[in-house]
Design a protein around this ligand. Structure first.
Ligand SMILES: C[S@@+](CC[C@H](N)C(=O)[O-])C[C@H]1O[C@@H](n2cnc3c(N)ncnc32)[C@H](O)[C@@H]1O
Length: 360
């Protein structure tokens, strides 16, 4: 196992190191769809959270989302009896390995854990870029079918949902999220969605009816603890049904989701998002095939965005390798290939880009 410096910052302050292993990748997580009821069932009785401030270039300057604390996820695993688990180099999926990764959440172990517990900085770039569409059209996210690939903490989707939860009529939106690790979806991604809902006007009736001690302020800029009650779960389920928001969650390797989409009746997406997923060159074909499949059947040009560092030091992955793979004729079905247009760029320090992908 060797280390490389991703130059990642979690909350804008702490540069992190990430670990990876040699390229013989053993995929230990099977492909699975996690149902909403399964995810609601896996919520702990209490979620603690802290504000995540995301800078924007629009007149709003910034947006703040509530994000579940990592220490709280760790506490959940320990209290559920996952405290005496084998070391992280044992390729064991789900909560078994999650406890080990929570202690070193930036360390990637290919095919076992892919870094989803932490928020990586390009996901914040993606929020800033998406916000420019909403700035131009405040109901931009309504009516969209969205897929976030390799979502981890899911900040771009959570941002988008936070606006959908603020609408007061049916928004007819689909937000589908994929992460390699089911435990990441259970421990962090889904709790972050619950928090976005709780902080939105959609939870107003629940907040008015619930006991004071169960209701922290509906303000994501204040850290707090949210009590998860059966009434909260029912109110959340009723809210998303009323708003016409369909949520779906997938875990496991990208190949599994591509196969799933190929056999699904409704596969078109209007927005396909991914951030910090191009670091490993050997995984690029599976990622590109998934992005291509997710964009298939769209009636109008889908917005497919890849946010990434220009170079992931030490492993050879980065924008150039991704673009080379994208242009390769044999990469996707029927001999077609992809093109990448840079739509946003930051050149200071480790360069970062957002690319818009099209298929020819
Ligand atoms: C470095 S994390 C980035 C997480 C998040 N997008 C962010 O920017 O904060 C990479 C993500 O890609 C996903 N991933 C990486 N390789 C994968 C693979 N071969 N199959 C499925 N998912 C993979 C993992 O789920 C992981 O969450």
């Amino acid at each position: 196992m060797f280390k490389f410096d991703f130059g990642i910052e979690d909350d804008g302050t702490e540069p992190l190191q990430a670990e990876t292993a040699p390229p013989e990748v053993l995929q230990s997580e099977p492909f699975a769809e996690l149902s909403l009821s399964q995810l609601l069932e896996s919520l702990p009785p209490l979620i603690s959270y802290s504000p995540l401030l995301i800078p924007l270039s629009s007149s709003r300057k910034s947006v703040t989302l509530a994000r579940r604390d990592l220490f709280d996820a760790r506490f959940q695993l320990i209290s559920e009896g996952h405290g005496d688990e084998p070391p992280v180099d044992t390729p064991a999926p789900t909560s078994t390995s999650a406890l080990g990764f929570l202690d070193a959440p930036s360390d990637l172990v290919p095919g076992v854990y892919e870094g989803g517990l932490k928020t990586w900085e390009c996901s914040l770039d993606l929020v800033g870029y998406l916000d420019s569409f909403r700035d131009a059209d405040s109901s931009y996210f309504s009516g969209k079918r969205v897929l976030e690939v390799g979502c981890g903490t899911g900040i771009p989707s959570v941002y988008l949902l936070s606006y959908l939860f603020s609408e007061n009529s049916n928004v007819n939106a689909h937000v589908h999220m994929q992460d390699y690790n089911a435990s990441v979806l259970e421990l962090i991604t889904f709790p972050n969605i619950i928090l976005a809902w709780y902080m939105s006007p959609s939870s107003a009736a629940y907040r008015a009816a619930a006991a004071d001690e169960e209701c922290p302020p509906g303000d994501p800029t204040i850290p707090g603890e949210l009590t998860i009650t059966p009434a909260l779960k029912s109110a959340f389920t009723a809210s998303i049904a009323k708003l016409g928001i369909s949520l779906a969650f997938f875990s496991g390797p990208w190949e599994g989701l591509t196969t799933y989409l190929k056999s699904s009746v409704e596969t078109k997406h209007d927005l396909v998002l991914t951030s910090e997923t191009i670091y490993r060159t050997e995984a690029l074909p599976a990622l590109i095939q998934l992005l291509h499949q997710a964009c298939a059947d769209a009636q109008s040009r889908p917005l497919c965005l890849v946010a990434a560092k220009v170079l992931y030091f030490g492993v050879g992955g980065g924008v150039s390798e991704f673009v080379r793979a994208l242009r390769s004729k044999d990469m996707v079905d029927k001999g077609s290939s992809g093109t990448a247009e840079s739509v946003w760029e930051r050149k200071v320090g480790v360069g970062r880009k957002i690319m818009r992908i099209d298929w020819v």
